[in-house]
Design a protein around this ligand. Structure first.
Ligand SMILES: C[S@@+](CC[C@H](N)C(=O)[O-])C[C@H]1O[C@@H](n2cnc3c(N)ncnc32)[C@H](O)[C@@H]1O
Length: 328
């Protein structure tokens, strides 16, 4: 006996199936209707979802960080890469491998964090930051005041050092000594160790100007690494900090959070922007990556430079922004 299932108006899903396949198909069809999502009628998808959920639990348990609200596709690509390296074809087998192998959990964690970065990453954006934000902030401050910058998701330190160099240039140009404090944070302890060391390959000369290299770095004897000078190094405190769950920094003049939010779902981003708003001083600035934006949070921030994603804190209370209705 064969049974005809009428699922939708499309020809492909109207199928004549033998009874043994009917049950499986019906389960998938009702799941689709209930979830109102485009889940393919494929039992392997459920396996994949279950396995990813188990991997998130494992990472949370072993590393203390919850990735369940990060975007799934980039994470899945990292999982696939690790499966390939370990010659594992099936995600269920990879879960078993992870459960027995803490080193692999560590390696997967490192892969998921994607700590690609650079000095003055996106040179024009940094030029705009320098001219429109750093220069006026430095000019306005009095010598007894300080300037506080927070760089969440700082990776191996290049972004924080770039900002420190721009401030140092202002200090020298304006001959005024304002204390600069940069808090650079990440959850990747290996990246933070590189940042703390401040020693970079000579190829940074592709991104850092000759003048900046001469002034703020020391080339080693072999000529293959540049070490950041103490005058810049001492303006930065690197520390482990999860900007999703740890208490935020406060009284900040500039938050530079670039190319981390892009890996997070809108749901997670909605938790972050009100927290950044709280962390900033009145009139403080938020500098995002060029492919990022504050989305619905225009109630909390003014757009200072739309193209280069620089925003200024509005004096709205976070609760008022939420009560407008479109942020929840
Ligand atoms: C692609 S890198 C961006 C580095 C740098 N901000 C830039 O734009 O070049 C993203 C960094 O965000 C960090 N990260 C991801 N989630 C984080 C979290 N919840 N708290 C702190 N750092 C996080 C990662 O470890 C990684 O170093």
């Amino acid at each position: 006996m064969r049974i005809l299932i009428m699922e939708s108006k499309t020809d492909e899903s109207n199928a004549v199936l033998p009874p043994d396949k009917v049950t499986k198909r019906l389960i998938n069809s009702s799941a689709q209707l209930l979830n109102k999502t485009k889940i393919e009628p494929n039992i392997q998808i459920t396996d994949k979802e279950n396995s990813i959920e188990k991997i998130f639990l494992l990472l949370h348990h072993e590393k203390g960080h919850d990735f369940s609200l990060y975007k799934l596709n980039p994470i899945y690509r990292r999982i696939e890469r690790r499966m390939k390296i370990n010659n594992i074809k099936n995600i269920k087998d990879y879960v078993l491998y992870l459960q027995k192998n803490k080193k692999e959990v560590e390696l997967l964690f490192e892969n998921i964090l994607i700590n690609v970065t650079n000095f003055f990453r996106d040179i024009v954006a940094f030029k705009v930051l320098d001219e429109e934000i750093i220069d006026p902030i430095y000019t306005k401050k009095n010598p007894h005041e300080n300037i506080r910058v927070w760089v969440p998701g700082c990776s191996t330190g290049e972004e924080a050092y770039s900002i420190a160099i721009l401030f140092q240039e202002k200090k020298e140009k304006q001959k005024k000594d304002i204390e600069i404090k940069i808090f650079a944070t990440d959850i990747d302890t290996q990246a933070l160790a590189v940042a703390t060391e401040g020693n970079y390959p000579a190829t940074i000369s592709n991104y850092v100007s000759k003048k900046q290299l001469e002034h703020y770095f020391t080339l080693n004897r072999e000529g293959n690494t540049y070490k950041i000078n103490n005058e810049i190094r001492n303006t930065i405190v690197f520390s482990e900090h999860n900007f999703i769950k740890d208490p935020p920094f406060s009284k900040i003049d500039i938050i530079s959070c670039r190319n981390s939010l892009i890996y997070m779902t809108k749901e997670l981003q909605k938790k972050v922007f009100p927290m950044f708003h709280d962390a900033l001083n009145s009139g403080g600035f938020l500098f995002l990556g060029t492919s990022e934006s504050i989305g619905d949070f225009l109630n909390l921030f003014d757009e200072t430079n739309r193209k280069y994603k620089i925003y200024q804190k509005k004096e709205t209370k976070v609760e008022d922004a939420f009560s407008k209705g479109n942020l929840i």
